[in-house]
Design a protein. Structure first.
Length: 330
């Protein structure tokens, strides 16, 4: 019978040409490939295009991922080109250098800004009309670079920001308080980096302010414990990188949350990074604050009732990011 072999998966063409909810991943390294794997298992993308300057690497990852498609929902996954960005709902940038042991995220600024400049140019040339999600580090600086160079509305250029850091904090609190992380609402804001801030004054557990919970629990001294937990969150990536050279599982799962918020128009509140016009004197700086995320990107940013110290710390964090962006002379 003619044509039966045409249904075989072709790594370059994909297996389901009817797919919608399209995600393009630029950078098929540890983060990009792990994110694609997490999307296959959990996400709602129906078409995934993976591209990398190392075409063989992208093809190898795609082939490996395709080999599990008998056990997932139908998803078309294939090697892409920049032309794929044209009708993508979400383009996710995970390309670029990663931290070496001991390096900070900010140390990557010059190398990765040059890469992002070239990538954004290609994305815009495609006629892209979706949401751009930056992941490469330093993610806040690069979110600002991508916004500035792309000319896209600020709502449609977001960074993964402190979505991962907030999960780290909630997970630590979960172990410490012995309560499910899903019942703990606590958010890290500001830079995804060493100047990040824990918004303790708005944290809650099971619907009660965490301070009130601590008053009842009395198992620890929150005044000394909270700063230690924040320090652990800040150190988390360094600790992983020192042992295995990179972080990718936690960020991949965080990216699935952001992806679904966009594809399914969930209006989900996530601490993504975006460029703020004016947030308590923070002007034209990309950093994370809890934001309502949907199909159009950031729909609105919440004005958390931070205490004075927290607000000052976020303003300091903004200064760190701003000075780094200024050095790039965009
Ligand atoms: P990796 O070295 O495994 O992969 C990077 C990939 O980018 C490589 O495959 C490389 O070929 C590709 N690349 C480089 N320049 C490119 C270009 N111009 N066009 C297309 N592809 C290009 O690194 P990784 O571990 O996947 O990390 C990627 C980035 O993600 C790093 O900047 C890292 O710091 C960042 N990261 C961010 C978070 C976060 O929370 N935002 C978490 C983990 C890692």
């Amino acid at each position: 019978m003619a044509g039966c072999c045409a249904a075989e998966p072709d790594p370059l063409r994909g297996v389901n040409s009817m797919a919608k909810d399209k995600v393009v991943i630029i950078g098929a390294g540890s983060v990009g490939a792990t994110y694609a794997f997490a999307l296959l298992q959990e996400g709602h993308a129906r078409e995934i295009a993976l591209l990398d300057m190392d075409g063989e690497r992208a093809l190898g990852e795609v082939m490996d991922l395709q080999h599990g498609l008998a056990y997932t929902r139908p998803v078309a996954i294939r090697v892409g080109t920049y032309a794929d960005c044209r009708d993508a709902d979400l383009v996710v940038v995970t390309a670029g250098a990663k931290q070496k042991p001991g390096e900070t995220r900010l140390d990557l600024t010059n190398r990765n800004a040059a890469i992002v400049r070239q990538i954004v140019h290609e994305i815009q040339r495609s006629g892209f009309g979706g949401v751009l999600l930056m992941v490469s580090n330093p993610v806040d600086v690069l979110t600002q670079v991508a916004w500035k160079l792309s000319g896209l509305p600020r709502a449609r250029v977001i960074g993964s920001g402190t979505v991962l850091d907030s999960s780290r904090l909630r997970t630590l609190l979960s172990a410490h308080c012995r309560a499910d992380a899903r019942n703990i609402h606590a958010v890290i804001i500001g830079e995804h980096g060493d100047s990040e801030v824990a918004a303790w004054s708005t944290a809650s557990l099971g619907g009660m302010p965490i301070r009130d919970y601590c008053d009842q629990c009395r198992n620890c001294d929150p005044d000394s414990r909270y700063p230690r937990l924040l320090e652990e969150v800040k150190r988390a990536a360094y600790e992983v990188i020192a042992r295995k050279g990179a972080t990718y599982y936690g960020i991949a799962l965080s990216l699935v949350q952001i992806t679904d918020a966009v594809l399914r128009d969930e209006h989900r509140i996530l601490p993504v990074s975006s460029v703020h016009e004016n947030y308590h004197g923070i002007q034209e700086v990309a950093l994370s604050l809890p934001a309502v995320v949907g199909r159009q990107g950031v729909e609105r940013v919440l004005d958390l009732p931070l205490d004075e110290e927290e607000l000052r710390a976020v303003q300091d964090s903004a200064r760190v990011i701003k000075s780094q962006v200024e050095k790039l002379h965009l």
